[in-house]
Design a protein around this ligand. Sequence first.
Ligand code: ADP
Ligand code: MG
Length: 359
Amino acid sequence: MADTLVVDLEKRFPGGPTVRAALELRATPGRVAVLFGPSGAGKTTVLRCLAGLERAERGRILFHGEPWWDAAARVDLPPQRRRVGYLFQDYALFPHLTAEQNVQYGLAHLPAAERRERSRSLFSLLRLEGLEGRGPRELSGGQQQRVALARALAIRPRLLLLDEPLSALDAPSREQLRGELRRMLRELGVPTVVVTHDRLEALALGDDLVAMEGGRVCQVGPVADVFNHPVELAVARMTGIETVLPGKVLRREEGLATVAVGPHHLTALEPSLGGDTVFVCIRAEDVTLGPPESSPTSARNRLPCTVVSLSLEGALVRVALDAGFPLVARVTRFSCEELGLAEGKPVTATFKAPSVRLV
Ligand code: ADP
Ligand code: MG
């Protein structure tokens, strides 16, 4: 209770969708929860309700045991009393103010010396020294993002809310700033909720993940758990699993399940779910390719395939295969060359039982 953020809300947009979210997150210093899902999932709506910028119809929000909002009890703390730092998707810096004035904007109630001291330490922490007098238009995307972050932090927030913090940047700076933002968030020691639709961003930034789709929460848990054990199809897809096939469980014994998929029988770890009609999810990175006549390995699943197509993805190659069903593998360029992979060539695909996820 003491270190949690409890959200339980239902927000209806007139003539539009309803966003429902019930979740409990640990909100300890430097811990980052990611609201992750495709556009329209309801991520921004939840974030705005947390900030008090938007109100839901039903439910409550508790931060460290303190009610911030409770529809039934008619509690509704105004944004400034919640003391949240909010980073808008487009940064929303005031164009007519300098970087320093932007950062000091929410500090009008403080003596001038204190205002200056706070912005000075944030400019140094976020490596913005020398840019104090510049207007937002004279800053790069990455600098604007850091100024907006400094402004969100200037009020010494109890909770930091970041809406798609890197989406306004072009790809090279986005990659670089992903790691940097993660480091900054750990150092700042403020519990943080980040909204993103980007898988790599979710993986890089999050401790906990809230997978959302179509206005509802699909799964909540530590990031690695959600990526490794998606509980439903929507989450499997959003976490980047490209091979998703309907299957039927034929047998369960000794912790393993035998599943019929197309013409093959695959071995998966025995899932806790009941029912025999399942979706089989196989992550491309978990599939190993070998020559057609390769000798068996310890991997439980071994399928003769034909290469359908190859596409370069930087140092990796995405290999679309025909295994009697469509299967995707991702291998290094080196192994692609070593195996002489080309369209129409035969190849053996192997993957272990734990790589076959059933949902
Ligand atoms: P996300 O941030 O995950 O993309 P949003 O929270 O912005 O999703 O939106 C969730 C859903 O609610 C979407 O279908 C969106 O169109 C709808 N929505 C958001 N804001 C409004 C609004 N002010 N009026 C009507 N519908 C809205
Ligand atoms: Mg959004």
